[in-house]
Ligand binder design. Structure first.
Ligand SMILES: [Zn+2]
Length: 340
């Protein structure tokens, strides 16, 4: 082909039909390649032409080259624009689309109640003491005046890892650890933590549960001091109108020992279905620390005395929120847990 304008027309048509940049590159080489491109070939034999003819042909060839280059550039930017538009469609990110809300968790109701109890007692000067959940029999029983073979051991039967080692049945061992560590009274501590007992799960008892115990060791403490502390705690948690009473009971580690009750919040002590018409709800146990327990903690009972109390955090949460089945706290049912 030796007609520059026909050649240009062919090139422009091919460029217009091209769909990829690779195709465009191939067309560019075919027409504008320095040695074997169609445009270069137009100049073959130019030496045999006259000067005038040479000028005309040269001008026509330059024109063809310029037009093909222009068409190539235009088609290239067209293809690029199409590619970007396609990309925008397939890889679209809509920055105005509303985000997925992050679901917020909340503090478990038992943790809430435990923290409230801690806050109230810390305001009285008590300090939180923690201890191991795996205990020796000595700390879990003997140190608390429950000798081997004592019938009271059945009340605190737990899970054993082998001779002498068990999951603690109460947080009382922490009291012994604390007395041994602190050595010099006055001691005012609370011992929140998980406990274990060999019980089948029921509405009012579980094989694992949480306790808070309190221990005060000082000079000349009385049952009145203990009752005042319990009353302050109960009224801080449940309201000023609540009352506390203690009833004689028995625990090997306190002498005298009591159960303590709180007046029913529904009937105000008059008696209703909730309190089984007693007007009172059982909360926990308490008493003056047995001298032998002080001795086991390394404290001289001729110089110091103390009181202690303990109750289940689940029990406190049930009373506070009127829950009638303890198992609900551990079943991880969000419909239940989200209420608190
Ligand atoms: Zn009642």
């Amino acid at each position: 082909m030796n007609d520059p304008s026909a050649l240009t027309a062919d090139a422009v048509e091919a460029i217009g039909k091209s769909q990829t940049s690779a195709e465009l590159e191939r067309i560019e080489v075919e027409y504008l390649g320095r040695k074997s491109g169609h445009v270069s070939k137009l100049l073959e034999g130019i030496g045999r032409l006259s000067a005038d003819e040479r000028a005309v042909l040269g001008k026509a060839v330059n024109e063809a080259k310029r037009m093909i280059e222009g068409a190539l550039a235009a088609r290239r930017s067209q293809l690029e624009a199409t590619r970007l538009a396609d990309l925008a469609e397939t890889e679209a990110i809509d920055v105005t689309f509303p985000g997925r809300p992050l679901e917020r968790g909340q503090i478990h109701v038992l943790t809430q109640v435990r923290r409230q109890i801690e806050t109230v007692l810390e305001s009285l000067g008590y300090q939180v003491e923690l201890g191991p959940e795996v205990e020796t029999e000595w700390f879990n029983f003997e140190a608390l005046n429950i000798a081997a073979g004592h019938p009271a051991r059945e009340m605190w039967d737990s899970f054993y890892f082998g001779p002498g080692l068990l999951l603690r049945a109460h947080t009382s061992p922490v009291q012994i650890h604390a007395m041994q560590r602190i050595k010099e009274p006055p001691i005012y501590i609370i011992t929140p933590g998980r406990c274990y007992r060999r019980d089948a799960p029921e509405a009012t008892r579980l094989p694992y549960f949480s306790q808070v115990e309190g221990l005060a060791v000082d000079k000349g403490l009385t049952v009145g001091d203990m009752k005042g502390t319990l009353l302050f705690m109960i009224q801080s948690l449940y309201g000023r109108e609540r009352k506390v009473r203690v009833r004689p009971s028995f625990f090997p580690f306190t002498e005298p020992s009591f159960e303590f009750d709180v007046s029913c919040g529904i009937c105000g002590g008059m008696g209703c279905k909730s309190c089984r018409h007693k007007g009172w709800l059982e909360v926990g146990g308490c008493g003056m620390v047995h001298p032998q327990v002080l001795r086991n903690g390394g404290i001289d009972p001729s110089q110091w005395n103390g009181y202690a109390w303990g109750f289940g955090i689940e029990r406190m949460a049930m009373l506070k929120h009127d829950v009638d089945d303890m198992r609900l706290f551990y079943e991880s049912d969000l419909r239940f847990l989200e209420q608190f």
